[in-house]
Ligand binder design. Sequence first.
Ligand code: AMP
Length: 208
Amino acid sequence: MSSRKNRYPYQAALIFGVPGAGKGTQGDILTVVPGFYHLSSGVIFRKLDPQSPDGRIIREYSARGELVPDEVTVRVFLNWLEAQRAARRYQPSEELLLLDGIPRNVNQCEMLQKYIDVKLLLHFVCHDEEAMIERIRRRAALENRVDDADESVTRRRFEVYHRETQPVLDFYSEGVVREIDSMQRPAAVLRDCLKSLVPVIEDCYPVD
Ligand code: AMP
């Protein structure tokens, strides 16, 4: 095993798209497949103690549908990632990091550049945002999320996505971006994700 690959930058694929596009569903499926390690910044944030100083800031911004300040986001994310690596739950020499929800603006891309090497960006394209808002409404009841319960907050998250997150697509080279139709059934989305992901893991982690 090459020790070099255990250090920064970690090889990564980004799962990217509007709220409700099914990124978490695909990440949850893929993370049980050997060779992938899924990490969602939103999930990390929801696991933090809401009474801790970081937890309080995160809850305040999330509840409004706004992005958490970059310094807090990147620090919490990197601490979490390193804890997973130290506990050997995430093994960079064998697993492609699948990031969902981060980086969320161009400044975060710059801050993370020395930590992650983006091999692929799966852009979950959605042509019907009202359908996504309906999905989110249904999810709110199941997951007890503060940011999903109120439709005006959901709409704010879409505005923030278009203004701050969409420019991330231009930060990475066109060659790493693949468009995935997120309106398909989950099995078809999974098939399309794997079509792009398998060559990346074959290339990054060749069998000896
Ligand atoms: P998500 O589950 O990815 O939709 O994230 C839920 C909320 O957590 C977002 O609306 C933001 O308030 C916050 N959040 C998650 N990831 C980030 C990030 N990379 N940068 C800033 N805020 C984030």
